[in-house]
Design a protein around this ligand. Structure first.
Ligand SMILES: [Zn+2]
Length: 306
C-alpha cells in the first residue's frame, strides 16, 4: 500500500481527545451482551467486541452523559499538514477515515439511494465519555449509534500486533472501515431493525449480532476494493496503490479476530452459542465477498430476514 503524499489530511473528520482526560475510571465491570441496560448498551457492547472478540475484556459502559467532552485538533492539524505527515500513525489513520467516508459519500446513494451523513472518529487515550456511556481502551475500537461517532485509542494497533499477531499496516484501515460499516448500518436503519429483532427473538440474539458484524466486514471489503478511487477535497487520490498483500493483511486480521480463534487463544472450548462476531472463516468470507464484488448491496448477511 502506498499513500499519496500530496493528499491533504482533512482533520475536520477527527475529534482529537487524546490527553483531554475525558474518561477513565469505572473499569472492570463486565456487562453481558444484551443484558441489563436495555437495547443500546447491549448493542454497543456487541459492537465493541467486534475487533477483539471480547478477548481483551469488556469494561464498563455506564452512564451515558452524551459524549459532551470535545477534543482539540490544533496539534493534529499542525502535524498532519507537515511534509512528513504520513509517517505519523495518527495522520495516516485520519487519512484512512477520509478515504472511507469519501467512498461512502458516493457509494451509499448509488447502492441504497440514501445520502451519506459524515461521522467523526474520536481519537482518545485510556478513557472517553461517549453518547453510549463511558468506555476505556480495553474495549477496543467501537461505533456508538447514540452519538454517531467512531472511537479508537490508536494504541489498539499495537495490541492487535502483539497479542493477535496482526501486524500488517492494512489491518488499520480495515479496522476503521469495519467501524464505519456500523455507521452505515446505523444510517440505513439496519442496526435498529436488528436490535428490534433481537428483542422479539432473544434466543437468536447472538446469531443476529454475527450477521451485523459480518455485514460490517463485507462493507469494509467493498471499501477496500474501491479505495484507490477515493480522493481528498481537491481531487488528489488518497492511495497510490493497494496490493494483494494489503488485502491479505486485512483478511488475516479478520481471521485472527474470529470468535473461534479468540476462544481458542483464550484457552476456552470453542462454543458456537457464544459467537457474536462470526468465525474466522465467516469473517474471511464476508470481507472477501465485499472485496470481490466491490458492491455493498452484495453484503446481505441477513438474507432478507430482517
Ligand atoms: Zn463490529
Amino acid at each position: 500500500m502506498e499513500l499519496n503524499e500530496n493528499a491533504r489530511v482533512d482533520t475536520s473528520q477527527v475529534d482529537d481527545r487524546r490527553g483531554s482526560g475525558g474518561g477513565g475510571g469505572l473499569g472492570g465491570i463486565p456487562i453481558p451482551i444484551g443484558g441489563g441496560r436495555g437495547g443500546i448498551v447491549g448493542i454497543i457492547v456487541a459492537v465493541l467486541v467486534a475487533l477483539v472478540g471480547g478477548g481483551f475484556g469488556l469494561n464498563a459502559m455506564t452512564g451515558g452523559d452524551g459524549g459532551a467532552s470535545q477534543g482539540d485538533n490544533t496539534q493534529l492539524e499542525q502535524k498532519c499538514s507537515a511534509d512528513d505527515a504520513l509517517k505519523q500513525l495518527d495522520c495516516r489513520n485520519n487519512l484512512y477515515v477520509n478515504s472511507i467516508q469519501a467512498y461512502w459519500r458516493t457509494a451509499l446513494p448509488e447502492a441504497f439511494g440514501e445520502q451519506y451523513k459524515a461521522s467523526k472518529t474520536v481519537f482518545f487515550s485510556q478513557g472517553v465519555n461517549t453518547g453510549c456511556g463511558q468506555a476505556d481502551s480495553g474495549v477496543g475500537p467501537f461505533y456508538c449509534p447514540a452519538d454517531d461517532l467512531v472511537y479508537i485509542d490508536l494504541t489498539f494497533y499495537q495490541q492487535l500486533a502483539d497479542q493477535l499477531g496482526a501486524k500488517g499496516e492494512f489491518a488499520q484501515p480495515y479496522v476503521l472501515a469495519h467501524e464505519y460499516g456500523h455507521h452505515v448500518q446505523d444510517l440505513l436503519g439496519t442496526e435498529a431493525q436488528m436490535r428490534r429483532q433481537q428483542q422479539r427473538d432473544p434466543n437468536n440474539a447472538n446469531a443476529l449480532s454475527v450477521k451485523l458484524e459480518l455485514q460490517a466486514d463485507c462493507y469494509a471489503g467493498a471499501w477496500a476494493k474501491n479505495a484507490t478511487g477515493t480522493a481528498d477535497e481537491k481531487g488528489q487520490k488518497i492511495f497510490k496503490s493497494i496490493t494483494e498483500q494489503d488485502i491479505q493483511e486485512a483478511i488475516d486480521t479478520a481471521e485472527k479476530i474470529g470468535d473461534d480463534a479468540i476462544q481458542q487463544r483464550s484457552g476456552r472450548p470453542v462454543n458456537p452459542d457464544e459467537f457474536t462476531h462470526g468465525t474466522s472463516e465467516q469473517r474471511r468470507q464476508w470481507f472477501t465477498k465485499g472485496y470481490d464484488t466491490g458492491d455493498p448491496k452484495s453484503c446481505d448477511t441477513f438474507g432478507g430476514s430482517l
